[in-house]
Design a protein around this ligand. Structure first.
Ligand code: 13P
Ligand code: SF4
Length: 344
């Protein structure tokens, strides 16, 4: 008897219980693409939403931007543009559509809105926040400026528009060193991620004054985990996101943004690899490299996981939840993001 996966790829042999998968999705052979990451039993439900989303994207003239931490059925099946925070910010500027749905967290949707003030930007769940964005307020930034007069403020994009508005320039984990060094100063304030700041400080002569924010996903990794992984999985290549504590980055073979980790895997094809970051990242990279062994002691981001196919579909059906930013805040925040994009 054919396996459920084989049946899903061949509509004639699909039993009635799962015959509801739209025919167009067989033609696209979409399931074949994600079959290692999406259980066959879940596919018929996803397929209905994927089909509806494809139609809604056309009728609304919408595009979906998805972060690397989105689940494979979103990342590989409905997203038009995927990437790390830097790529999404860049691509948001080139979007030729009336509506942008941001499959990611709220600060990413705000960044897309800052760069596309005339477009409608939707976030499928307004509760998709970020522990880093929560860790600092505009008032904190003003206080820091008073404590370090004249020292420029470099702000990670994982912050609210209101915090960006108090900043000189933004950065992501993919360009932080270049942004800091572009300022031509010997000292910067870098907000709000303490670990990213310390990891970048280790690579530059510029002195970095850090805040105390942490990513609730990456702070869970520690150096003992890395040593244990090497013992349990001989030869494993360890990649760590720079939001991990510095002792984890020091034990890793490579550290970089989610896009940099993906590029590393594509370039080096390590037969056995672990990505110390959010869980869906490994799922998405593994879809592109089924021949590699991915070890997965990953951590889930509860905010990223608030986005689902079902609420992306609802967002497009009901044109909700629209992201709005006070125009005075937006103007100043946009300047900080644009300065970053001018560097890299
Ligand atoms: P990057 O995709 O820019 O590496 O960021 C990771 C992250 O945690 C985004 O929330
Ligand atoms: Fe924020 Fe960390 Fe989740 Fe990224 S993974 S959205 S930094 S909490």
């Amino acid at each position: 008897m054919a396996s459920p996966r084989e049946m899903l790829r061949s509509p004639q042999s699909v039993p009635s219980a799962i015959r509801s998968v739209p025919a167009a999705l067989y033609e696209d052979n979409l399931y074949a693409k994600v079959r290692h990451a999406v259980p066959a039993i879940e596919w018929p439900v996803y397929a209905q939403d994927i089909d509806a989303i494809m139609t809604l994207k056309r009728t609304r003239n919408a595009v979906i931007l998805a972060h690397n931490y989105q689940t494979p059925e979103i990342f590989h099946c409905v997203a038009d543009i995927v990437g790390d925070s830097l790529a999404l910010a860049r691509e948001a500027m080139n979007v030729d559509a009336d509506v942008i749905v941001l499959a990611g967290v709220h600060f990413m949707a705000e960044t897309a809105k800052l760069l596309n003030p005339e477009k409608t930007v939707l976030i499928p769940d307004t509760g998709a926040g970020c522990s880093l964005a929560e860790s600092i307020t505009p008032e904190d930034v003003r206080l820091l400026r008073r404590s370090y007069p004249g020292v420029p403020v470099v702000t990670y994009v994982n912050t609210s528009a209101a915090v960006k508005a108090e900043s000189d320039v933004c950065c992501t984990s993919g360009n932080a060193k270049e942004v800091i060094e572009s300022l031509g100063v010997d000292r910067v304030i870098m907000l709000p991620d303490e670990y990213l700041a310390r990891n970048v400080a280790a690579q530059t002569h510029v002195k970095v004054i850090a805040w105390t924010g942490h990513c609730e996903v990456h702070e869970l990794f520690n150096a003992a985990d890395v040593r244990q992984l090497r013992e349990d999985y001989p030869g494993v290549v360890v990649l760590a996101h720079p939001e991990c504590p510095p002792e984890v980055v020091a034990e890793a073979d490579f550290s970089g943004s989610t896009a940099a980790m993906q590029a590393y895997v594509g370039r080096n094809r390590p037969p056995r690899v672990v990505l110390l970051t959010e869980c869906s990242m490994s799922d998405n990279v593994a879809v592109q490299h089924p021949e590699l062994e991915f070890i997965r002691p990953c951590n889930l981001c509860p905010h990223m996981k608030k986005i689902t196919l079902r609420n992306i579909r609802s967002a497009l059906e009901g044109m909700r939840h629209e992201v709005t930013i006070d125009p005075l805040v937006a103007e100043r925040a946009r300047r900080a993001v644009e300065r970053m994009l001018a560097v890299r």
